[in-house]
Design a protein around this ligand. Structure first.
Ligand code: ADP
Ligand code: MG
Length: 567
């Protein structure tokens, strides 16, 4: 195997990697043998941990550990881990690098080419940030694929003869996507896509966190960072447990006092109603854009871990009067599909008969102003050039004119969104177009917007009278960074020590022991304390067989605890 492109689902909560091998998409396990690698990074003294070990350290080392950073992609938020500050794309690049390493070990070859999935609803800046994360991880990004499209590919690959209209509902940790696709003769066409980039399973965890706090009758702010993280982790466990059980009890110790909090699925569902209502908005928008009737859909697919919640399934069933399917594990579909997309780009023979088309998730246009009949001049109006749900790649031109004669320049503001006023849309950037100096006329110019297959945008203007062209500056940076900036950032990341893979299993066990130690009390706690010492001694001895033996014993013991405290 010399050249295998991989597909990565870079999730808010969990990330996965897959490759298309011998005609089928396969998930690749990490060093712990798991397909899901938590998208959590912990850094201490420049040492990096990614995945389960980092996730356990969210509780024991909250100040050195970051999670849910995908939600901050495309913002200039800095996340402090210990003494240093990292951008969301720095942290994402560490997750990508980890997955790449796992894939290289598993496939036994060097990996460079990758397809990474993003929520369909990711805007330009969020897509750019993902592109930057790939560059920082030293990966060659073949394409960004929209997550629902990837999920549909994972499903569609098995039934390519079918003629189907399907709707995909993807509720992950922090994002919600709804997509309608049509499959016909091996051609998979995205008809419409909508979503909410700030709605996901974590919002349901927040609801339970609030329910727990209300019952505790203790002000949230006074709990301290560690207790707050612990309550969040317990709320997350409760959320998962309440998908199978009607009642779940959380035991918490606060200042020497034990609290037993009983949570019921009914109370949870009642409190979560506003979020379920928010989920209807993108669903309705998608239906409107395709002009389809709710009954016209043949299949409803559920993707994303949070669709395991019965209330989400019921809502979808009620909405479409049809039972949703989830043949492929809802956590796996996106990564499996991203690998199919990677193989399609690499022209894998097994996929010769499949074609995928995608759409632009947003309308994109520029800011304009207009004179009203009453003589008033209104500014800040949005003029869409590419309308949402236009098939990709797409390129559209519109003519505009300057406001008055002898105007020497126009400022072009590019926006994406659906609102009438640009102030309510997302600004993508602006630039100045110079108009001919000696002209006495009202100059006209053309604005051309081009969306490529990754959903990335280019803007170009041409002045009518002299043909002068100008571009939006971000277009010049092929990988989202200038070369100089990229080198600077790469240097910073090189200073970090990523642990060798053999160490990862031991590290994960230590992090787990410490987490359980902090959670337990009395006799149990003392026992875990002994285990930490025993494992330290085994590690010091450096005898791999002995380390493995002790590790096995300790893991069996810890599994019993995690049955109670899965988080
Ligand atoms: P992402 O794509 O954002 O990484 P995933 O598809 O992995 O997300 O889904 C993660 C979300 O699903 C988390 O909020 C997690 O708590 C939630 N989740 C996973 N399993 C369950 C379950 N059985 N019941 C309820 N929520 C679940
Ligand atoms: Mg996901």
């Amino acid at each position: 195997m010399t050249h295998v492109p991989i597909g990565i689902d870079l999730g808010t909560t969990n990330s996965l990697v897959a490759a298309f091998i011998d005609g089928a998409s396969r998930l690749i396990p990490n060093a712990l043998g798991e397909y899901l690698t938590p998208s959590v990074v912990s850094i201490e003294n420049k040492e990096v941990m990614v995945g389960q070990a980092a996730r356990d350290r969210l509780l024991t080392h909250p100040k050195n550990t970051a999670a849910v950073f995908k939600r901050k992609m495309g913002t200039d938020a800095g996340l402090r881990l210990g003494k240093d500050i990292y951008s969301p794309e720095d942290l994402s690049s560490l997750v990508l690098a980890k997955l790449r390493q796992d894939a290289e070990v598993y496939l036994g070859c060097e990996i460079r080419d990758v397809v990474v999935s993003v929520p369909a609803y990711f805007n330009q800046t969020q897509r750019r940030a993902t592109q930057k994360a790939c560059a920082l991880a030293g990966l060659n990004l073949l394409r960004l694929v929209n997550e629902p499209t990837a999920a549909a590919l994972a499903y569609g690959v098995h039934q390519r003869d079918a003629e189907t209209q399907f709707l995909i509902v993807d509720l992950g940790g922090g994002t919600f996507d709804v997509t309608i696709l049509e499959m016909f003769d091996g051609v998979m066409e995205v008809k419409a896509s909508s979503g909410d980039a700030f709605l996901g399973g974590e919002d349901f965890t927040e609801i339970l966190t609030k329910l727990i706090c209300d019952k505790l009758d203790f002000p949230w702010a006074k709990l301290g960072a560690n207790l707050q993280s612990e309550i969040r982790a317990r709320a997350n466990t409760a959320k998962i447990k309440l998908s199978d059980d009607d009642v779940w009890t959380v035991s918490l110790q606060i200042k020497d006092e034990m609290h037993e909090i009983v949570l019921t699925r009914d109370a949870f569902e009642e409190a979560a109603k506003p979020i379920l209502r928010r989920m209807l908005v993108p669903i309705e928008r998608c239906m409107y854009d395709t002009g389809l009737d709710h009954h016209a859909l043949d299949r409803i697919l559920l993707v994303g871990g949070a669709t395991r919640m019965p209330m989400v399934r019921h809502m979808v069933t009620r909405c479409f009067s049809k039972f949703p399917e989830f043949e492929i594990d809802p956590d796996h579909a996106v990564a499996l599909g991203a690998a199919v997309q990677a193989a399609l780009i690499a022209e894998d023979r097994a996929l010769e008969d499949i074609v995928v088309t995608d759409v632009s998730p947003f309308s994109v246009g520029i800011e304009t102003s207009r004179d009203l009949p009453n003589g008033k001049h209104v500014t800040g109006l949005f003029a869409p050039i590419i309308e949402r749900n236009t098939p990709l790649p797409a390129s559209r031109c519109h003519k505009f004119s300057a406001i008055r004669a002898r105007q020497r320049a126009v400022e072009i503001g590019v926006f994406q969104g659906e609102a009438a006023y640009v102030a309510d849309n997302v600004s993508l950037g602006q630039y100045v177009v110079r108009l001919p100096r000696h002209s006495d006329q009202i100059e006209a110019f053309e604005v051309q917007l081009t969306y490529d297959t990754s959903g990335l945008l280019e803007v170009e203007t041409t002045v009518d009278s002299n043909g002068a062209k100008s571009n939006l500056v971000i277009e010049a940076l092929a990988e989202g960074y200038s070369r100089q900036e990229l080198e600077l950032r790469l240097d910073k990341m090189k200073g970090l020590k990523v642990h060798p893979r053999e160490n990862e299993i031991n590290q994960a066990l230590i992090a787990r022991l410490k987490r359980v130690y902090e959670m337990t009390l009395g006799h149990n706690r003392a026992e875990i304390g002994d285990m930490i010492v025993r494992f330290d001694v085994a590690l010091d001895g450096r005898d791999p067989r002995e380390i493995e033996r002790v590790r096995g014993e300790l893991e069996d013991f810890l599994d019993e605890f995690d049955d109670l405290y899965v988080s």
